[in-house]
Design a protein around this ligand. Structure first.
Ligand SMILES: Cc1ncc(COP(=O)(O)O)c(C=O)c1O
Length: 431
């Protein structure tokens, strides 16, 4: 008798029954997410399909995760090939995929080492611990972050995050985090105390509304950290991995800026696009600090598993082979230009367009008078519902902002289709 025969079949899920799936959630899933009224079934490339067979152009990319789109054969191949060899082995042992992935990331960033975890917040948490270890003997522990930042949902993650809504109800906050306004070097300088050990910023604030750092800010922070013996961390969980058109957003922001090419932070957190949908996170730490976390000081069971690393290596190989950094820049520029045109044409609906590469945001004009839907819901959610009805997925953030974080292999024709769908919604609202 085979294993398959002795395992009882799972209870039947009524396919094509949206209400049945939603009922499963209502009864069995912690309701911590505000979900849209869509039940997805499968995807292919830049498109996903719901249970009823409706097709959506996915410009949300699973919040900047699906870097190669859906059901990419290279990811399937990596999963199948590696799972035939070794899925998991624990970090008591060495294995090749983890070493090779660390080598590839170090090559892309600069001299240093990598640690692997499972998510973005865990990557940040590792950097927080690294900073505490670095400052421990001097009694320095405080990490400065920025207003409107987002660094994840663990207790330290929400303490680091510069948005009250994620902290509310979970007090007391983990001590040792303070926020100052973003892109304000003077405020950062003024905030440094004798207890400060590190600064963490996003190269492009994502959840905070798609706001890139200025070149002056990045270079100024580097100088400030050098002067005050602080570690400079970049949270690249959302804006990294070629989304900006370069591996790291700071590389794109500092293009053509004198001495910009010499800029390096001391630590970078990564996740999301790294695994193209397979959960894997990592941090890179610059060479002088790379051995601070010695044996026994940090770890996570699944971190850097053979399977996760094999997939991440494959994602990197496809990005390189298919020139997806350049694609992100080219299609991103095209999409941004198109969105800017829409903002000019319909100022009553779109107030601003921001972002770099395939990390773009539109800020809606507040109080769009004829926006349909439940008035108790924020504008961004009501607008997103209209995009869904038109067949487009995008990601709302804050009251008025929508993000486009599509696969890095988005085609020109798909970007054109996306712009047409956005315009179909915007044009109706501007009447
Ligand atoms: C900039 C940034 N940091 C950290 C995180 C947390 O990542 P995760 O949800 O994988 O823990 C996110 C998630 O959206 C993010 O955008």
């Amino acid at each position: 008798m085979t294993m398959k025969e002795i395992i009882p079949p799972p209870p039947a899920v009524v396919r094509n029954d949206v209400a049945a799936v939603q009922a499963l959630f209502a009864q069995n899933v912690v309701p911590s997410y505000g979900r849209f009224d869509i039940v997805l079934s499968h995807g292919a490339g830049s498109y996903v399909y719901d249970l009823g067979g409706k097709r959506y152009l996915d410009l949300g990319g699973g919040i900047a995760v699906s870097s190669l789109g859906h059901a990419h054969p290279a990811i399937t191949e990596a999963l199948v090939e590696q799972s035939r060899k070794l899925v998991h082995i624990s970090n008591f042992y060495y294995h090749e995929p983890q070493g090779r992935l660390a080598q590839a990331l170090v090559k892309l960033i600069g001299p240093g080492k990598c640690f692997f975890g499972n998510s973005g917040v865990e990557a940040n948490e590792g950097l927080f611990k690294l900073a505490r270890k670095f400052g421990h003997d001097e009694g320095r522990f405080e990490i400065l972050t920025t207003v409107n930042s987002f660094h994840g949902r663990t207790l330290a993650g929400i303490a680091a995050t510069g948005q009250e809504k994620v902290k509310k109800g979970f007090e007391p906050a983990v001590p040792g985090f303070r926020q100052v306004p973003y892109n304000d070097l003077g405020a950062m300088r003024a905030a440094i105390s004798p207890a400060t050990i590190a600064i963490m910023i996003e190269g492009i604030q994502g959840e905070g509304g798609v706001t890139p750092a200025t070149p002056e800010y990045l270079l100024g922070l580097r100088q400030l950290c050098d002067e005050s013996k602080l570690l400079l961390f970049m949270d690249a969980v959302q804006c990294g991995h070629f989304r900006s058109g370069r591996f790291q957003s700071f590389q794109r922001i500092l293009e053509g800026v004198p001495d910009g090419g010499k800029f390096l932070p001391d630590g970078i957190s990564m996740a999301k696009s790294l695994g193209g949908g397979f959960p894997i996170g990592a941090f890179w730490v610059r060479a002088p600090y790379a051995d601070l976390l010695g044996a026994g000081t940090h770890g996570t069971t699944y971190g850097g598993s053979p399977l996760g690393c094999a997939v991440a290596l494959k994602v990197l190989a496809v990005i390189e082979r298919e020139g997806l950094a350049d694609n992100a820049r080219r299609i991103g520029d095209y999409l941004k230009a198109g969105l800017l045109e829409l903002a000019q044409k319909y100022p009553g609906v779109i107030r601003q367009v921001r972002g770099l590469g395939l990390m773009l945001g539109i800020e809606l004009t507040p109080d769009i008078h004829n926006l349909p839907g439940d008035a108790s819901k924020i504008q961004a959610v009501r607008f997103t519902n209209l995009l869904h009805a038109a067949g487009l997925l995008a990601i709302p953030t804050g009251a008025h902002i929508l993000r486009f974080l599509p696969p890095l292999n988005l085609r020109q024709s798909e970007a054109e289709e996306g712009l047409k769908l956005v315009e179909s919604v915007v044009a109706k609202l501007s009447k």
